[in-house]
Write a protein that binds this ligand. Structure first.
Ligand code: ADP
Length: 349
């Protein structure tokens, strides 16, 4: 099937800065793809190249199989929502939402009906007569969403749409976006975020970006459980990366950590370089020092409401993080256990 969105070798330069380096990426119809990466990794630039706000210095952008690289933004038929809402302050909510429809010369009666429909869709039906300044941040972002959806775009682009909202509102909006996604199954969503929680909650698939390049893409659960690179492992959920010695390659592989041997699942071809185990903090077991455990010292303890976060220094010198239900005093000698079957990644990848 023709992808809804496709980047073919797209590069963007700003003067000497390479903001995007040969991006190849396709998004299927109705799919929600999160572009995830740290600040400055090229996510927004990719979105802008798709929307037509910046011109690629190389490569082509396709929408539904059509090369749109040379089309201006308003001819691409996309919905766009950015972090800062960008509502027109002097226009009422209804007029903000109607803006794109009027620009497309929709008949007046159709405009009114469509505005009412999308305001209902985002739960803002009662606010049509308000001005943006009379709304909370979360409400303004809903209106921005309604405005983007009004033209019935095939593809909706969202650039850090929740980052201006506080934590509680963000949770609400994630639920709202999930509901919206279920109601618009044919709309393709491309969602830019630096927040792995948002990406995991919302996306079908994640594209991990770093230094203007695509690192890897995969379904959320696959990237989370079997990250193909050390960067993804550490970025997606702050896994511990524990250097280990490879005893036997294979799937599973056998690795040695201190005196212990463990099995581990290689996530990609490992090459001959150093390897590391990706271990999430909640999978690190902490107890009394005992045979078969790794000796460690508790370096720091933080109460996290649902339990305790410990920073532990292993006898091998590596510092790791654990999340455990019970408290340990700083300086206590403990025994750490790491489960078999954790992902094994090439270190430095
Ligand atoms: P992200 O969205 O991942 O935070 P961006 O796509 O905004 O990253 O930026 C990627 C790189 O391009 C960064 O190094 C950034 O400083 C640079 N960049 C982005 N926009 C411009 C611009 N208009 N002029 C010059 N450099 C830019």
């Amino acid at each position: 099937m023709t992808p809804s969105v496709e980047f073919r070798g797209v590069s963007v330069h700003f003067g000497r800065t390479t903001a995007l380096d040969s991006l190849d990426l396709a998004v299927g119809r109705g799919e929600t793809l999160a572009l995830l990466g740290p600040s400055g990794s090229g996510k927004s630039t990719a979105l802008k190249a798709l929307a037509g706000f910046v011109r690629p210095s190389a490569g082509r952008v396709f929408l539904n199989g059509e090369d749109v690289t040379d089309l201006p933004p308003h001819r691409r038929g996309l919905g766009v929502v950015v972090q800062s809402y960008a509502l027109f302050p002097h226009m009422r909510v209804a007029d903000n939402v109607a803006f794109g429809l009027k620009a497309r010369r929709w008949p007046r009666a159709d405009v009114a009906a469509r505005v009412a429909e999308v305001l209902d869709l985002v739960g803002m039906g009662g606010y049509a007569r308000r001005f943006p300044r009379e709304l909370s941040g979360g409400q303004q972002q809903r209106v921005a969403l309604a405005r983007a959806l009004a033209i019935r775009p095939d593809v909706l682009l969202l650039d850090e749409p929740l980052s201006a909202l506080d934590a509680a509102l963000r949770e609400d909006m994630i639920a709202e976006l999930l509901r919206l996604r279920a109601e618009l199954p044919d709309t393709t969503l491309v969602y830019v975020t630096h927040d792995q929680g948002e990406a995991l909650a919302l996306a079908d698939r994640i594209a991990v970006m770093r230094d203007s390049r695509l690192v890897e893409t995969g379904p959320c659960e696959q990237l989370y459980r079997r990250p193909g690179s050390e960067f993804t492992a550490s970025f997606l959920g702050a896994a511990n990366l524990i250097p280990v010695d490879l005893v036997r390659a294979g799937s599973p592989a056998t690795v040695r950590l201190g005196e212990r041997e463990l099995t581990a699942e290689p996530t990609a071809a490992l090459g001959s370089g150093p390897v590391a185990l990706g271990v999430r903090p909640h999978r690190v077991g902490v107890g009394e020092p005992a045979a078969g455990t790794l000796p460690a010292l508790v370096k720091a303890v933080q109460w996290r409401g649902t339990g305790y976060r410990l920073d532990l220094v292993l006898a091998t010198g590596t510092t790791i993080r654990a999340e455990v239900p019970e408290a340990f005093a700083v300086g206590t000698a403990v025994g750490v256990s790491i489960p078999d079957g954790c992902p094994l990644v090439g270190a430095g990848s």
